[in-house]
Design a protein around this ligand. Structure first.
Ligand code: IPM
Ligand code: MG
Length: 326
C-alpha cells in the first residue's frame, strides 16, 4: 500500500509528521512517500501541484494531505489553493465526507467536490465585471446523490438535501435529480432544505441531522458551521472519494499560519483523516476504529492549547501511540 503524503503549508508539515509517526508504528506496512504541494511547491517549482506530485498521487492507493495556503500568496496569480482544487478534479474525488460528532450530534456532510462554482466558467468582461459561474450536469448530481443515499443506509437512514431551489436553476436541477435517484432508495427518508435555513438549523438544532447532501460551495460553508458546533476545526476530518482509489484524506482546517512552527498544532483532525483513510480508502475498518478510539482518548488525556489544554503536538502523538499499543 502506497500513501502519497502531501504536507503542504503552515501547520500542514507538523500535523503530517504527526500522522507519519503514528502510522509508522501503527501500520508499518504502509509506504509513506512525501511530495511537494501548495505554497511549498510554488517556492520550489513555481506551481502548487507539480507534475511529479500529480503523477505520484495517481499511482498511490491513498493521498494524505496536511493543509495548503499562506498569507504571502493572498491575491497572487498563482496560489496554493489552486493546487488543491486541481488535484480534486484530476483524481475526480467527487464525494467529500465531513463527519461532525459531539454530544447528541452525529451528522455527516456529503459535499459534491468537483463541480459548481469552483469549476465553472470564470472570467472578466470588457466592462470590468468579474464572474464565476455555478454549473452542474445531471450526471454529476446523480452520482453524489447516490453516494449520499448509500452512506445514509449505513447510518440512520435520513438525508437532508440542501439547495437554493427558490432562486437557482442549478438547485432546481439538483432537487429534481435527487428526487429521481431517491426512487431507488425507498428505505431512506429524504427531506429538502434551503441552504439559509440549513445554516440556521445547524446552529439551533444540529442533532436533527443525519446526512446533509449538498453542492460544493454550500458544503464548504455548512461543514464549517457544523464543526463550529462539534469542537472546532482542530477536530474535523474529511475524506474525498471517487469511484476507485486513490481518495484524498485531509483535515478540514487550513494551514493556520498564526500558530505554525510552534509545535502546538492539534493533530487530531489529521489523525482522524488518517483513520478515514484506513476505513474508506484502504478497507481496514477495524484499524480505523482503533485509531479513532486512541484519538478520542488523547483528546481527554493530552488536549492541545486550542482545546484549553497545554499539550504539544508531540505530547498528543505520544498519547495516541499509548492508546494504540496493545
Ligand atoms: C475546504 C477548504 C478549501 C475549499 C480551500 C482551501 C480551497 O476551505 O476544504 O473546505 O474551499 O474547498
Ligand atoms: Mg472550507
Amino acid at each position: 500500500m502506497r500513501i502519497a503524503l502531501l504536507p503542504g503549508d503552515g501547520i500542514g508539515p507538523e500535523v503530517a509528521a504527526a500522522a507519519a509517526r503514528v502510522l509508522e508504528e501503527f501500520a508499518p506496512e504502509l509506504e509513506l512517500e512525501k511530495h511537494l504541494f501548495g505554497g511549498a511547491a510554488i517556492h520550489a517549482t513555481g506551481e502548487p501541484l507539480p507534475p511529479e506530485t500529480l503523477a505520484a498521487t495517481r499511482e498511490a492507493d491513498a493521498v494524505l494531505m496536511g493543509a495548503v495556503g499562506a498569507p504571502e500568496f493572498d491575491g497572487a496569480a498563482v496560489r496554493p489553493e489552486q493546487g488543491l482544487i486541481r488535484l480534486r478534479g484530476e483524481l475526480d474525488v467527487y464525494a467529500n465526507l465531513r463527519p461532525a460528532r459531539a454530544d447528541g450530534i452525529d451528522l455527516l456532510v456529503v459535499r459534491e467536490l468537483v463541480g459548481g462554482l469552483y469549476y465553472g466558467a470564470r472570467g472578466v468582461r470588457d466592462d470590468g465585471t468579474v464572474f464565476d459561474t455555478m454549473e452542474y450536469r445531471p450526471d454529476q448530481v446523480e452520482r453524489i446523490a447516490r453516494r449520499g443515499f448509500e452512506l445514509a443506509r449505513a447510518r440512520r437512514g435520513h438525508v437532508t438535501s440542501v439547495d437554493k431551489a427558490n432562486v437557482l436553476d442549478t438547485s432546481r436541477l439538483w432537487r429534481e435529480v435527487v428526487v429521481r435517484v431517491h426512487a431507488e432508495y425507498a428505505d431512506i427518508e429524504l427531506e429538502h432544505m434551503l441552504v439559509d435555513n440549513c445554516g440556521l438549523q445547524l446552529v439551533i438544532a444540529p442533532e436533527r441531522f443525519d446526512v446533509i447532501l449538498t453542492e460544493n460551495t454550500f458544503g464548504d460553508i455548512l461543514s464549517d458551521v457544523a464543526v463550529g458546533k462539534t469542537g472546532g476545526l482542530g477536530l474535523a476530518a474529511s475524506a474525498s472519494l471517487g469511484d476507485g482509489r486513490p481518495g484524498i484524506f485531509e483535515p478540514v482546517h487550513g494551514s493556520a499560519p498564526d500558530i505554525a512552527g510552534q509545535g502546538i498544532a492539534n493533530p487530531a483532525a489529521m489523525l482522524r483523516s488518517a483513520a478515514l483513510m484506513l476505513a474508506h480508502g484502504l478497507d481496514r475498518p477495524d484499524e480505523a476504529a482503533r485509531l479513532e478510539a486512541a484519538v478520542d482518548g488523547a483528546l481527554v488525556d493530552a488536549p492541545t492549547p486550542d482545546l484549553g489544554g497545554a499539550a504539544s503536538t508531540s505530547d498528543f502523538v505520544e498519547a495516541v501511540l499509548a492508546g494504540i499499543r496493545p
